[in-house]
Ligand binder design. Structure first.
Ligand SMILES: *[C@@H]1O[C@H](CO)[C@@H](O)[C@H](O)[C@H]1NC(C)=O
Ligand SMILES: *[C@@H]1O[C@H](CO)[C@@H](O)[C@H](O)[C@H]1NC(C)=O
Length: 217
């Protein structure tokens, strides 16, 4: 009897996980994308990350957009990121390596970003692995050329987060005010790096994330 139950259970889990994993294989299979397709303005739609503090930030950031431009080096793009956080606009600029459909930042932390399938033709879904010292993090981000993203594409993003065993994405309000494109830029990735390196801050950040998720959602 016990033996039958074990066989039955393992058949059940086999069937379930096989179809689940093949669907996830499709959802998480990186796509190819050219430098030209990366260039220009992208609005941040929403995403999920296990970087401590990132969910608090996501709840405070009401809009974010990127502008990617080519540089003299064919495998280097310049990225300007402009965000509105608690009503204040700020902008940072940094260079990234982009080749083989992959974005890489080597310093001051390591970040590798690949792009996943999406149902929305003018969207970009990015999956990031980030290494900071001995810490490793994962982020899943969606960008779009326009403010309104079809619900099916958001649904797919949620499924992708689930496949990556991440918490559900936080989607920004598409009607929130965007920052203009003439914000003075501060250089580089130091702000993000201090977030990643703040080991003692990580516990506090996790606590804040939990509080934000609880009260804001
Ligand atoms: C791109 O591919 C080339 C050749 O396979 C390899 O040398 C290079 O390291 C790759 N770059 C990235 C960022 O993966
Ligand atoms: C993006 O950057 C390029 C080069 O600096 C600039 O010409 C273009 O106007 C920018 N676009 C936006 C939307 O800021």
């Amino acid at each position: 009897m016990k033996c039958v139950a074990v066989v039955w259970l393992s058949l059940l889990s086999l069937g379930g996980s096989a179809s689940e994993s093949s669907r996830c294989d499709v959802l998480l299979k990186p796509i190819t994308i050219s430098n030209e397709e990366m260039l220009g303005r992208w609005l941040y739609v929403g995403g999920s990350s296990n970087i401590p503090g990132s969910r608090s930030l996501a709840h405070m950031m009401t809009s974010v957009w990127l502008n990617l431009t080519a540089t003299a080096k064919s495998n280097v793009l310049n990225l300007v990121q402009t965000q509105r956080m608690v009503g204040q606009c700020s902008s940072i600029a940094y260079d990234v390596i982009f080749e083989n459909s992959t974005m890489v930042i080597e310093k001051p932390f390591y970040l590798k970003e690949v792009y996943l399938p999406t149902e929305c033709s003018d969207c970009l879904v990015a999956a990031e692995d980030i290494v900071s010292g001995t810490d490793e993090f994962t982020s899943l981000l969606m960008f779009s050329r326009s403010r309104n993203v079809p619900p099916a594409a958001l649904e797919m993003l949620r499924d992708q987060a689930e496949c990556l065993q991440m918490v559900p994405p936080i989607i920004l309000d598409p009607n929130s005010e965007m920052c203009p494109d003439n914000i003075p830029r501060s250089e580089g990735l130091s702000a993000l790096n201090s977030l990643l390196e703040a080991k003692t801050g990580q516990r506090v950040a996790r606590f804040l994330d939990a509080i934000f998720d609880f009260f804001v959602n």
